[in-house]
Design a protein around this ligand. Structure first.
Ligand code: PLP
Length: 235
């Protein structure tokens, strides 16, 4: 199989599919070497930008824009359920690819399309994304602040480079106990256990928006420090 891929003598084409931003750990895919490998072996590249659209890139267009590789990514897909605050999703590619998807994708055949109200919400969100870049700036300010605050406190935030900032706890039960204590102190996070992360690397996933105020983030840092110390995660 690997040899087939290396030599590109498999019967079909080769499609490399990656996340732009990894949803649990908040790290960004290292796209440039991947695009290089794809070129070398005649493969196409598809990026799942569910967590990148509206976040990465000078205009929020996603991972390919972030790396200046817009022309090198063959298929970009995203969801409307995150930065667009709606439901549904999109796929962007050459017309030929879109035509193929339209006529073969399970989700487009004998299934209802998204309601017009959802599509309208997405279009409105897109307008805001384009016309109010200060929101993205604020989002990044919040993200960078929280990455730094947690690192300075001594938490393990892995390779987080986006507004998704995890705190690695390790044991599943410890992660749930940490989550509960944070919740009881007024801070909502997501507990993440295997298989969403490798066994033994359970974590608390925190994520930030442009609308979080400095005061709210002050409170999060204060509670994290208090609960983190009580749980022995930081000293
Ligand atoms: C990387 C990634 N792709 C796709 C999706 C699917 O999004 P939706 O729930 O809107 O279908 C998610 C959802 O969390 C995701 O994290």
């Amino acid at each position: 199989m690997i040899d087939n891929v290396r030599n590109n003598n498999s019967r079909g084409g080769i499609l490399i599919v990656v996340d732009g931003v990894f949803s649990m750990e908040g790290d960004i895919v290292d796209l440039p070497p991947l695009v290089k490998i794809a070129k070398k072996y005649g493969a196409r590249v598809m990026v799942d930008d569910a967590h990148s659209i509206g976040v990465l890139g000078a205009t929020g267009a996603g991972t390919a824009e972030h790396f200046g590789l817009t022309d090198e990514v063959d298929i970009t897909m995203g969801t409307f359920s995150k930065s667009f605050a709606s439901l549904g999703g999109f796929i962007a590619a050459d017309a030929k690819v879109i035509d193929y998807v339209k006529h073969t994708a399970r989700s487009l055949i004998f299934s209802a399309s998204i309601p017009p109200s959802n599509a309208a919400a997405v279009l409105a969100a897109l307008d805001i994304l384009e016309s109010e870049p200060e929101r993205r700036e604020r989002l990044w300010k919040n993200a960078r602040r929280m990455q730094k605050e947690f690192r300075d406190l001594g938490f393990n935030v892995g390779n987080s480079a986006t507004p998704i900032v995890p705190i690695v706890v390790g044991d599943d039960l410890d992660a749930f106990a940490f989550w509960k204590e944070l919740f009881d102190n007024g801070v909502f996070t997501n507990p993440v256990i295997s298989p969403a992360v490798p066994p033994g690397q359970a974590m608390i996933r925190t994520s930030y928006t442009a609308n979080h105020t400095d005061e709210q983030l002050d409170r999060v840092v204060e509670v994290m420090a208090k609960v983190g110390r009580a749980k022995g995660l930081i000293s």
